[in-house]
Design a protein around this ligand. Structure first.
Ligand code: BTN
Length: 236
């Protein structure tokens, strides 16, 4: 497997996008520090020394509607990595992993695709390991160091995570979508009151489940149900 390591980079996702077209599938970009790491909606992602900042280049022979499931397998691999470290993580739809209700990891899937074909997918994972958190995130985020009370070598976390990602990516290629979604459900925070902020509105209700495409099924306060494909969820 090819691993490209940087002490410092702008963003592993950006770097991956720059080389993806001519790069083999499975190549991993990892950096100690990202100078302009970003998350969903292009929000800044603090990426100081001590965290695990990585991106995987994937070239699945699939159609764009299957792409969303890659987010699910990423979160699943992260939760299983935590499990192996003796920590219970929970997934917050669509792609955050929480420990003790605080965010420990974020996943960012970007892709290049046409209507019919996926050219490449970049699966970016940012996990707080031994890094300290910016003051404004302390109340909502956590790190492995904070949870475990000791520092853990990033390479250990990296090795487990890559192994779990590979496992689930193989399942994805074998079209075990239902299995991925089922496992995801077991690890997710569901049947909880949530607030969803989408591009054009804010909804509150109970997160019931995800459908076969990964859309969140929300039960609104008036009992009606709504499906949300993309949005920002906060627990209430
Ligand atoms: C989110 O929660 O909004 C997703 C955060 C994703 C952060 C990772 S860190 C590695 C990769 N490179 C980036 O610039 N972002 C992702």
């Amino acid at each position: 497997r090819k691993i490209v390591y940087f002490k410092k980079i702008d963003s592993t996702n950006e770097y991956a996008k720059r080389i993806a077209a001519h790069e083999e599938e499975g190549t991993i970009i990892v950096a100690d520090v990202q100078e302009t790491g970003y998350g969903r909606k292009f929000r800044t992602w603090a990426s100081p020394q001590g965290g695990l900042w990585m991106s995987v280049i994937l070239k699945p022979n699939t159609t764009p509607e299957h792409m969303t499931k890659l987010v699910f397998l990423g979160a699943l691999a992260v939760v299983e990595t935590l499990e192996q470290l003796g920590i219970e993580g929970k997934i917050k739809w669509p792609n955050d992993v929480l420990v003790n209700e605080k965010k420990i990891c974020g996943i960012l899937v970007e892709g290049s695709f046409s209507e019919k074909e996926v050219y490449y997918i970049i699966l970016g994972i940012g996990m707080n390991v031994n890094n300290s958190l910016p003051q404004e995130l302390v109340s909502t985020s956590t790190s492995l160091r904070e949870v475990l009370g000791v520092e853990i070598p990033i390479i250990e976390v990296f090795k487990i995570l890559v192994e779990r990602l590979e496992h689930w990516y193989r399942e994805f290629l074998a079209e075990k979508d239902a299995l991925i979604l089922q496992k995801w459900r077991e690890k997710a925070i569901l049947r909880r009151e949530v607030k969803i902020i989408t591009e054009d509105k804010t909804l509150t209700g109970k997160a019931l489940d995800i459908d076969e495409f990964g859309a969140l099924i929300l039960e609104l306060e008036d009992g009606k149900r709504e499906k949300i494909l993309y949005g920002d969820v906060s627990l209430r």
